[in-house]
Ligand binder design. Structure first.
Ligand code: S3P
Length: 184
């Protein structure tokens, strides 16, 4: 990855569990804001030339988290648009620390709706015997970290992805013009 890119910071960082729609909503949001969109999973694939399931299977989850951490920290200092993080990235302490001071949105999905969206995907973390149970367990483990890390939380299932992007835009507007929000 290039080290000559100018210092920039994301307009907004989307976090949340698999199936929350971070990439779909993030693309729409970036389009509405007129900025670029980046997805750290896609950057991991691009920078390694490998698929995520291959990295998990061949090198293990720990190695995947190291690669992911390096990619996220690099992008946080160089990408000026909307950024979607892989669902587990914030569980890495260096990533959580790197997000301090950034505008972070937690896209919250419940276990039933989220699982329905990813059940037929090749996500390695739900590749085992009981993916439904595993999905629910992991979400329950992570929810508190997502809540703590997010500057605000948006319901990822409230309408279509365009509606969710609009909800984020409304929260961003509130955050940027607090005195106006306080008088209305
Ligand atoms: C993961 C989520 C995935 C991907 C990897 C691990 C996780 O990203 O980074 O399979 O630990 O929750 P998405 O959240 O984009 O599915």
């Amino acid at each position: 990855m290039s080290t000559t890119r100018p210092e920039r910071r994301p307009v907004v960082v989307l976090i949340g569990f698999m199936g929350a729609g971070k990439s779909t909503v993030g693309r729409i949001l970036a389009d509405r804001l007129g900025v670029d969109f980046l997805d750290t999973d896609a950057e991991v694939v691009r920078s390694t030339g490998r698929t995520i399931p291959d990295i998990f299977t061949t090198d293990g989850a720990e190695r995947f988290r190291e690669i992911e951490r390096d990619v996220v920290l690099e992008i946080l200092g160089s990408h000026g648009g909307v950024l979607a993080l892989g669902g587990g990235a914030v569980m890495t302490p260096a990533v959580a620390a790197g997000l301090a001071g950034h505008r972070v949105v937690y896209l919250k999905i419940d276990a039933e709706q989220g699982f329905a969206r990813v059940r037929d995907s090749d996500r390695p973390l739900i590749a085992g015997d009981d993916p439904h149970r595993r999905y629910g367990e992991l979400l329950a483990e992570r929810d508190e970290t997502y809540l703590r890390t997010g500057t605000f939380t948006v319901d990822a299932a409230a309408g279509d992805p365009g509606d969710v992007a609009d909800a984020i835009l409304a929260e961003l507007a509130r955050a940027l013009v607090p005195e106006r929000a306080a008088t209305t």
